[in-house]
Design a protein around this ligand. Sequence first.
Ligand code: CP
Length: 317
Amino acid sequence: MKKFLSISDIPDLDKAIKNALELKEDSMKFSTLGKGKNLVMVFFNPSLRTRFSTKIAAQNLGLGITTLDVAQQTWPLEFGLNTIMDGHTSEHIKEAAMVLSSYFDLIAVRSFPQLKNRDIDLKDVVLKNFSKYATVPIINMESATAHPLQSFADAITIRETKINNPKIVLSWAPHPKSIPHSVPNSFVKMCKQAGMNLVIANPPGYDLDPTITSGIKVFHHQEESFENADIIYSKNWSSYESYGQVLPTDQNWMIDLAKMDLTNRAKFMHCLPVRRNVVVEDEVLDSEHSLIQRQVQNRTVAAQYVMHQILTNVPTY
Ligand code: CP
């Protein structure tokens, strides 16, 4: 693997899940693989899980680790081409990527969308520019359109349930703020790539990017979609059609015990952070059917598998 920008950068997902589960059993198996090499984690946005799971995964591989919080720790970056840089930006991504590539062997990047202009966000400017100008492998720690480390961890978590061909419902849930599409986008892509039995439930006006959801049944009635479900994956996202907006929609889409009772004693998943009693009721999140801690734990093995694959492709000096 030369980069990890999308879940499709894992060519054989089934094999990757098996190998990741083996790695989980023996997380220090490759503890010297990264010796003498360094990872920089570049954050344009906050993180709890991604920050620490990627760090621990890198430690397990023997990598040196540096974290760069862009807003506090470096110059404001310019991403435009042929820009006359007489405004607030001080350094162009061309130089920043060259500098980081000179000091580090892997660059991991987190950059959220603005959720104001769909065409701009779909260009995934920050991640794509790092990928274009860096000369070392890039890892996507959540970009404007994708969160593949999360969806790979989710694939591992679903495999661990040992449910045979589970019916999975990706269900929209309410949220007061405008939330990106990256997690549901990558979850849908992962399920399609793995041949999983996925349906999506969201209110009218919240259909995801149709180029991503093509071939997947979309319900606009949540309770209908929950019948016989084995896994409920709850997530809020802002409107894709009325791009970035929080529509004045029915708040009755929160996941509660009454809805979970419609399922086949389904497991509950959420990538976190989650707003309790807005997205999901306490009783569901705290129940024995909740897989949230497993998802959190599997973020480490997902990141470790990805970096292992990249390191075994990196030329040695
Ligand atoms: N799920 C996830 O990516 O969490 P963080 O935003 O805290 O990294």
